[in-house]
Design a protein around this ligand. Structure first.
Ligand SMILES: Nc1ncnc2c1ncn2[C@@H]1O[C@H](COP(=O)(O)OP(=O)(O)OP(=O)(O)O)[C@@H](O)[C@H]1O
Length: 583
């Protein structure tokens, strides 16, 4: 259970934050929400007026003294209260809340675009998805329901208490006293509830993450015989969710009982005082009858408010999650007026750490344009991180990366990405047609251009053999394609994009001989006249590279051509010898 305790579950935001979140979650719809808020308050006041006017009505009825006028006044107040409520509810009925959710999602999308990939990958799978879907719905969708609940629960008793001042101030004080007793009780209950809800939200988040991992990794788990173990882990989280729910229900029992009893007891309190004042002759029966009806109504409203207030906590938790995303550091971007005239790449005194773990140390390297450059070294030495620095996967803590003599932070994201194509071992394919999956590298490309890129990438034939050819929809991230076929689709994207710099995470490393030959043929075409950075696992594929950089523990320890490095007889020569001997 300790897994779910974190800064968010420990900290309870003060109650005024709820109002802050409620108003701000509506974004540009704020004026409409404020208008709804105004009409909700007006509706509650008019309702209070109508209830309190029951007393002069009953008195006039008893004395047969022009009661029709009071009756018309009560009916008008009630009709106006209903009209105001209908206007207030337009925030939901006219779809403004949906628009607020749409805008919030757009804002989050924009934010995520500006956050470094390194930061984004620190989120658990499913976490961002759940924030974008569930938290947005809860934050933007609940706002009006919660506001009206808060208003009816507080404004009706307060306005009634105010109007009663003109009739009998003692009852006003009595109602205010009941409200004042309930508020600290509610705050006490909130504390117990809030922690439980935060823990539950965390546990449910874990459950979503586990289920996504379980489903996505099912084939690997089956192959490695680990299904049972993973299922046990999954089951443990399911049990945790059930346990937290049980504990939450038990913990909430006492505060719930006390609060609902207090609202019911208030009715008895009014009766006790009212009857004693009636007996002493300082109150008449009509006022007492009106107050009993009134208190029954107020007790209902307060009970409803208390029961529904768990929604407030869910709302606040969602807002806090959105706040966490909006507070993520952004990559500072600029926009260049002129793009570079050459594609020489330079890393200058670059240091990079993930949290406090230093992964790249004082990297200095120069890559002339149109050359083939390979990065080799033991697993975990920092090859991928080094190459990703060029893509602004994250910004280095120290040092710079330059393309054509320009610091890459000077480019906008679009400008930088227009210069670089990547072909990694993991190819991401979207659930869309084959042609659209390739065209995404250059959205303006014609069908002919896409087909020509596919021919060069050696994938035209197998696409043609698909049931709907280029229009075939890829299912489940392209699970119906082999690894080699996916690689060739990625190469087709890179050919179509035609960027001057190409990053390859040795795409043939995990392929069988037949697929490797096809991919290699496609690659041979792609690498011509480009600046290439390749992460190499098999040294035989990079013997012709212009420069080979050998990394060890985050530093470049050797660099040169294949033959020079062999002659140096250091790390590279040792790796070469291992691989040649099949070790
Ligand atoms: N997102 C991340 N957060 C924290 N640490 C990371 C992250 N990505 C990589 N690392 C760590 O940084 C170090 C360098 O990783 P990197 O992937 O750059 O190595 P590599 O040389 O490419 O390894 P391999 O050849 O196995 O792919 C490793 O110790 C790795 O565990």
């Amino acid at each position: 259970m300790q897994d779910y305790f974190n800064e968010q579950t420990q900290k309870i935001k003060p109650i005024y934050y709820i109002y802050y979140y409620l108003i701000n979650s509506s974004g540009s719809q704020k004026p409409k929400l404020l208008r709804s808020l105004f009409f909700s308050v007006l509706s509650s006041i008019l309702f209070g007026v109508a209830i309190v006017s029951m007393y002069p009505f009953l008195m006039a009825l008893e004395l047969n003294d022009n009661y029709q006028l009071t009756l018309i006044f009560i009916i008008c107040s009630l009709v106006m209260a209903i009209v105001c409520r209908v206007i207030a509810e337009q925030y939901d009925t006219k779809g403004y809340s949906h628009y607020a959710a749409f805008e919030l999602r757009k804002l989050l999308g924009e934010k995520l675009r500006k956050v470094s990939l390194c930061t984004l990958t620190s989120f658990r799978s499913g976490e961002l998805n759940s924030i974008l879907v569930q938290s947005v719905n809860e934050a933007a969708g609940f706002a009006f329901t919660l506001i009206s609940m808060l208003i009816y629960g507080s404004v009706i008793p307060i306005s009634v208490s105010f109007f009663l001042l003109f009739i009998d101030y003692r009852f006003s004080i009595l109602i205010l006293f009941i409200l004042i007793v309930i508020i600290p009780l509610y705050l006490w209950r909130r504390k117990a509830f809030r922690r439980g809800f935060s823990l539950l939200a965390e546990a449910q988040q874990h459950l979503k993450g586990e289920s996504i991992e379980f489903i996505q990794g099912l084939d690997i788990l089956k192959l490695t015989g680990q299904t049972q173990n993973q299922q046990q882990k999954f089951q443990r989280v399911i049990n945790d969710v059930a346990t937290i729910q049980n504990i939450g229900t038990k913990k909430g029992e006492r505060p719930n009982f006390i609060i609902t009893s207090t609202t019911q007891l208030s009715l008895i309190l009014i009766l006790i005082f009212g009857v004693s004042w009636l007996v002493s002759g300082s109150v008449d029966w009509a006022l007492l009858a009106m107050l009993v009806i009134l208190m029954a109504r107020i007790a209902d409203i307060l009970n409803f408010f208390v029961q529904m207030s768990s929604l407030l906590e869910i709302f606040v938790i969602s807002c806090e999650k959105l706040e966490k995303i909006m507070a993520l550091p952004e990559l500072v971007e600029n926009q260049l007026d002129k793009m570079p005239t050459n594609y020489n790449i330079e890393y200058k005194n670059l240091h990079f750490s993930y949290s406090d773990k230093e992964v790249l140390r004082n990297i200095n390297l120069y890559i002339p344009e149109n050359t083939l450059n390979a990065f080799v070294g033991e697993s975990g030495c920092g090859k991928t991180t080094l190459v990703r620095m060029l893509l602004r996967y994250a910004d280095p803590q120290k040092g710079t990366v330059l393309i054509g003599g320009i610091d890459i932070r000077e480019f906008s994201q679009e400008q930088l990405m227009s210069l670089i194509s990547v072909v990694f071992q993991d190819v991401y394919l979207f659930q869309d047609s084959v042609i659209n999956n390739i065209r995404m590298a250059k959205p303006s490309a014609t069908d002919e251009e896409v087909i020509s890129a596919c021919k060069q990438a050696q994938c035209h034939q197998f696409i043609q053999d698909l049931p709907m050819g280029y229009q075939t929809i890829l299912n489940d991230m392209g699970s119906n394609f082999s690894g080699g076929e996916k690689q060739r689709l990625a190469i087709a994207r890179a050919i179509l994009k035609n960027a001057p710099i190409l990053i390859l995470d040795e795409p043939t490393a995990s392929l069988d001989t037949k697929n490797e030959l096809a991919v290699q043929k496609a690659l041979d075409l792609l690498v011509k006249n480009r600046t290439i950075l390749v992460i190499a696992h098999r040294l035989s594929t990079i013997v012709s590279a212009n420069q080979i950089f050998v990394l060890s523990n985050g530093s470049i320890v050797e660099k040169g051509e294949h033959q020079t490095l062999l002659a140096d007889n250091r790390n590279y020569a040792q790796y070469w010898s291992y691989q040649q001997n099949g070790k």
